[in-house]
Design a protein around this ligand. Structure first.
Ligand code: 5AD
Ligand code: SF4
Length: 441
């Protein structure tokens, strides 16, 4: 079989980045070689995201651009995979004529077969969701740039059904991956020189592996990963505040290589809004979990996700989000305007009634506040010393390297003879709202 070239473009979350690596591994078996050059590709795949409308619009304009590829003499196959494929199914073939292949997140093993169908002049579609698929046995083809930090999937899907969210629909039910395959993959990464892994799942604290009468829960899995090597840093994302347990925080506290950084999406500071979002916790419960983090991991950074302008959000409710942000003093936030997604509970039951200008205005207030909090968070670090894992050369200067602290803050410092993958101690001398600046000690 002659070698063919595969080009993959990935949108959306880290899980999608990993899925692209799984897809590359499946297609490598079929003699497809990865290329970074669109013009030499025989197969172009777009791994898509449906979380907000603008994510989908970006993909659609990219697909328009791909039309040009088909005007050459060589046959080029264009496929849409991931969440948009799952959400829109065959409709995508009608709406975007350039598309030959539509494959949902649980059907990647079928890609070789679907490509054969396309080869014989048909369209290839498979959007079946699965209750079991975890791609646990597949060794992803790593596409990261730094060869120091990587991701390991530990579960797929989501059972939470937050009322705004398209993910349970596009990624199906929750299922956990066999821990032995997780440990094996992580150990191999460490042996290849990687020094940090992020365990990934839509809701990692729901990880649960049943084997006979035994059950392995997330904190136990985390413990097993932590002891692979003290020089391996371990992060995880994303956690749900409703099940961020003290047991998990105690495990983190007991292992210094479990990074001192917790991402705990709050979405809103108002209990009423949280109720409409079906988040299944209150403002008070969330605050209690933050206090627990501060108690067990006093040095941890805390980050979050926030949505502004959800259905029925009043000015007073928005103010509660701002006041909660100040109370927590988030080190970092991802902030979004609510985007109604077809098929979700919110789309079907509530009116998307906050005018776009108000959503934008509230988002800007949230962003301005976070900028201040981020700067304060960095300023607190000036004068302190941190262990930093070196990831590579700074984007802005070839004479500088960058790395991260356990708290996940980026630090830039002069190069000397330090290599990526090294752990070094850095004294922080200055900062911006995004970066710490330091000297090697
Ligand atoms: N509109 C805006 N933001 C959303 N998110 C999820 N669904 C939506 C939506 N419909 C945000 C949430 C989630 C993050 C991954 O994306 O904050 O935590
Ligand atoms: Fe986007 Fe969510 Fe799908 Fe990730 S799981 S690609 S964030 S819709």
């Amino acid at each position: 079989m002659s070698t063919r070239k595969l080009y993959i473009e990935t949108y959306g979350c880290q899980m999608n980045v990993l899925d692209s690596e799984v897809v590359a591994a499946i297609l490598q078996q079929q003699n497809y070689q990865l290329t970074g050059e669109l013009h030499e590709a025989d197969l172009v795949l777009v791994n898509t995201c449906s979380i907000r409308d603008n994510a989908e619009q970006r993909v659609r304009s990219r697909l328009q651009h791909f039309k040009g590829l088909k005007q050459g003499t060589r046959p080029v196959t264009v496929g849409v995979i991931g969440c948009m494929a799952e959400r829109l199914k065959e409709k995508l073939l009608e709406e975007e004529k350039v598309v030959d292949l539509v494959v949902g997140p649980d059907a990647y093993r079928e890609l070789p077969l679907l490509l054969q169908e396309v080869g014989s002049g048909q369209k290839g579609v498979n959007t079946l969701l699965s209750l079991e698929e975890t791609y646990g046995d597949i060794n992803p083809v790593r596409m990261d740039r730094n060869h120091v930090t990587s991701f390991v999937a530990i579960m797929r899907g989501c059972n939470n059904f937050c009322s705004y969210c398209v993910v349970p629909g596009t990624r199906g039910r929750e299922r956990s991956r066999d821990p032995e395959t997780i440990i094996r993959e992580t150990t191999e990464l460490f042996q290849r020189g990687y020094r940090e892994v992020t365990l990934l799942g839509q809701n990692v604290n729901s990880y649960r592996w049943k084997n006979g009468g035994n059950e392995l829960q997330f904190e136990k899995l985390l413990e097993r990963v932590a002891v692979i090597d003290p020089d391996l840093r371990v992060r995880f994302a994303t956690s749900h505040p409703k099940d961020m347990s003290d047991d998990l925080l105690k495990v983190m506290a007991a292992h210094p290589n479990l990074c001192r950084s917790v991402h705990l999406p709050v979405q809103s500071g108002s209990t009423e809004v949280l109720q409409r979002m079906k988040r299944r916790y209150t403002r008070e419960h969330y605050m209690d979990r933050i206090s627990a983090i501060r108690k067990y991991l006093p040095e941890a950074s805390i980050s979050t996700d926030i949505i502004t302008g959800f259905c029925g959000e009043t000015e007073a409710e928005h103010q509660q989000t701002l006041s909660l942000m100040k109370w927590v003093g988030y080190d970092f936030s991802y902030m979004f305007k609510y985007s109604e997604r077809p098929g979700t509970f919110a789309a079907e039951r509530y009116e998307d009634d906050v005018p776009d200008e108000i959503k934008t205005h509230r988002l800007n207030e949230v962003i301005d506040l976070q900028m201040r909090l981020s700067l304060e968070s960095k300023e607190r670090d000036v004068g302190r010393t941190f262990q930093v894992l070196v990831e590579g050369t700074s984007k802005k200067s070839d004479d500088h390297l960058y790395g991260r602290t356990s708290q996940n803050k980026v630090v830039v410092f002069p190069k000397r003879d330090i290599k990526r993958g090294d752990y070094i101690n850095i004294s922080v001398t200055d900062c911006t709202s995004a970066t710490l600046i330091g000297e090697v000690i």
